[in-house]
Ligand binder design. Sequence first.
Ligand SMILES: Nc1ncnc2c1ncn2[C@@H]1O[C@H](COP(=O)(O)OP(=O)(O)OP(=O)(O)O)[C@@H](O)[C@H]1O
Ligand SMILES: [Mg+2]
Length: 402
Amino acid sequence: MIKSKKMAGRAILMAGPPGTGKTAIALAMSHELGNKVPFCPMVGSEVFSSEIKKTEVLMENFRRAIGLRIKESKEVYEGEVTELTPVETENPMGGYGKTVSHVIIGLKTAKGTKQLKLDPTIYESLQKEKVEVGDVIYIEANSGAVKRQGRSDTFAAEFDLEAEEYVPLPKGDVHKKKEVIQDVTLHDLDMANAKPQGGQDILSMVGQLIKSKKTEITDKLRKEINKVVNKYIDQGIAELVPGVLFIDEVHMLDLETFTYLHRALESAIAPIVIFATNRGRCLVRGTDDIISPHGIPLDLLDRLLIIRTTPYNQKDMEAIIKLRANTEGHVLDDEALVTLSEIGTRSTLRYVVQLLTPAALTAKTNGRTAISKQDILEVSTLFLDAKSSARILTENKDKFMR
Ligand SMILES: Nc1ncnc2c1ncn2[C@@H]1O[C@H](COP(=O)(O)OP(=O)(O)OP(=O)(O)O)[C@@H](O)[C@H]1O
Ligand SMILES: [Mg+2]
């Protein structure tokens, strides 16, 4: 639903007992959406910071969750880097050290090669993007902004540990007009236009939406930016990409922030908001006596699409534990897996997942590579889950200090 872009301005609530995978699903979502669709996770209690207003925290995250894809035709120099030489001179101000006076860069395309002599500020951008010989990059002629597109695929045989993106050698001339696409969030735009010197790392146009730069992000600045954004959308230069604002433990918000959220959801530019909570009926924070399902005021609750998450059964837990052990590089024998899932049904999935590492260490100390039932039983007496700990507290309450 998110990918089809039909959910903007709507809100979803995932409700279910602890350990039923609400936070896990949110993480999985952000991975699946990739880096083109913004995903901004936060926890309800984050709004209670001593320095920033509650609603300001929310608004900032709201704007982090709204993307803008900007298409521009630009004059660029593009190619595979064949040479990258900073040329140094003695520091003209006297003193020690040398300064870069200019940088020589060679760019190659399928059609030809060109050598450019560039300003030292561009050298900084080149370093920021970690450009090396053999990378395919483009440099914007007007702003000098540099964008690294990937490694040239002539080097695809290189043995690389990190996943690299390989791109073909660009066609056409080095110096040309190019359709450039940038993905930014509204928050990026706020920042680029607020900071006195922002905008170097973000490409040119975005950093100059507004002529006079201010030092702070204010409501007024945001309004101005929205105006320009709307104009770009109308002109077909930009496209809105509603992302996801994920608010975990939403019962931690209070009446004021709920009201603010409700209003923000109605605005024309809004992301998809996903809430999660493990609370049943409880007090709405910031009120004296309003009890409501999930601690959410009824009028907001009324517009949510609610997804229920239910506890995993033993078979589900086995599957999840197995996956988890694989990811963490632990080997489990079958008996250990069953034991873990049994403990999981009595305590929580989160608890048994956390037992994996200590159990693996115990197995290793005993000279074994696979985790056995015995290791699980041993660590489960050393580390308690919340329920057992609470039980021990009540059973021994006279032995503890008050
Ligand atoms: N489907 C799943 N696949 C893999 N791991 C999962 C899955 N569901 C839950 N887990 C793991 O189980 C543990 C608990 O899940 P999660 O943190 O998502 O619960 P939750 O519903 O957010 O609980 P709470 O209400 O307490 O915040 C985590 O370690 C999580 O990684
Ligand atoms: Mg959670």
